[in-house]
Write a protein that binds this ligand. Structure first.
Ligand code: LHQ
Length: 266
């Protein structure tokens, strides 16, 4: 059987591909387990300084695989506890992406629906093919958005648009998503792979420890006052200032040459 997740080690970064194209990369338990293992390996490998997440085939991901979710109508079985599914699989996945101490770039190659959309939007930099669309499909099956969507989406596009998308399930094309600030960019389909690989390779040459601290600062900002966030910046900048990449960056500036960052910790 084909592996549900493919991992390729490229130019300083790991490319992770969701690989159930015949089901639009809908998530099964097997896929969750494999994706989590791939992300944990990327997080702890010092040679990996960025992650590129994408999907095989014409979709990025259609969210939870619904084929095993049909329930008998005669009441002969109690409904599954979706809270357990979230706590066991989706919540750890979203935490892993958000706390990954290196950039996570998401190349949205096609439709991203349900949890598939919100997993994509959890990435640090999201670039979509122009033919891709984002669908908050949950209401169509009687659920609420999950995989961090109720936190992340209103912060990206505001409450009015987020609420309407979540209630209507209206598909949002990549270019509109970019106009609204839901994602970074929409690019021609033919350019998606080259654009996102070049970005991952470029970010893998940058101050990786600084990026980890930057992610911590941004994550912390959501629930903070300005005062609290200034304290966070002070503490994290103190740590950034101790990294070899800070010393190298300043030296390179003064010597009028490009910096050679190693990404090594202080
Ligand atoms: C699928 C799926 C799918 C299985 C397409 N499963 N096969 C979390 C916790 C626990 C439980 C529940 O949920 C969650 C979070 C969630 O993610 S809930 C939301 C789940 N996702 C959806 O509701 C989206 C369902 N899919 C769709 O609405 C459409 O497939 C979209 C709009 C994504 C794409 O439409 P099309 O481009 O027309 O493709 P298609 O519908 O023909 O799909 C292609 C194949 O993939 C098809 O199989 P077939 O054998 O007929 O070729 C679909 O049945 C299959 N597929 N999504 N989620």
């Amino acid at each position: 059987m084909e592996p549900s997740i493919l991992v390729a080690h490229r130019d300083g970064y790991a490319e992770i591909t969701l690989n159930r194209p015949e089901r639009l990369n809908a998530f099964t338990v097997d896929m969750h387990v494999a994706l989590r293992a791939a992300l944990e390996a990327a997080a702890s490998d010092p040679a990996c300084r960025a992650v590129l997440l994408t999907g095989q085939g014409r979709g990025f991901s259609a969210g939870q695989d619904l084929t095993a979710r049909a329930q008998p109508t005669d009441g002969s079985a109690s409904p599954p506890d979706l809270g357990v599914t979230l706590e066991t699989y989706y919540n750890p996945l979203i935490r892993l992406i958000r706390t990954m101490p290196k950039p996570v770039i998401v190349a949205v190659n096609g439709v991203a629906a349900g949890a598939g959309a919100n997993i994509a939007l959890a990435g640090d930099i999201v670039i979509a093919a122009k033919s891709a669309k984002f669908i908050q499909a949950f209401a169509k099956i009687g659920l609420i958005p999950d995989a961090g969507g109720t936190f992340i989406l209103p912060r990206l596009i505001g409450m009015a648009r987020a609420t309407a998308l979540m209630m209507t399930g209206e598909p949002i094309p990549a270019e509109t998503a970019a106009d609204w600030g839901m994602i970074w960019k929409a690019v021609d389909d033919a350019d998606l792979v080259a654009t996102t690989r070049a970005l991952a390779a470029q970010l893998a040459t940058q101050p990786t420890q600084g990026f980890a601290l930057l992610k911590q600062a941004l994550n912390a900002s959501a629930g903070h006052s300005l005062e609290e966030q200034l304290t966070v910046e002070r503490d994290l900048q103190r740590r950034a200032g101790l990294t070899p990449d800070y010393a190298e960056g300043v030296r390179a500036f003064l010597e009028k040459r490009p910096a050679h960052f190693t990404g090594r910790p202080a």
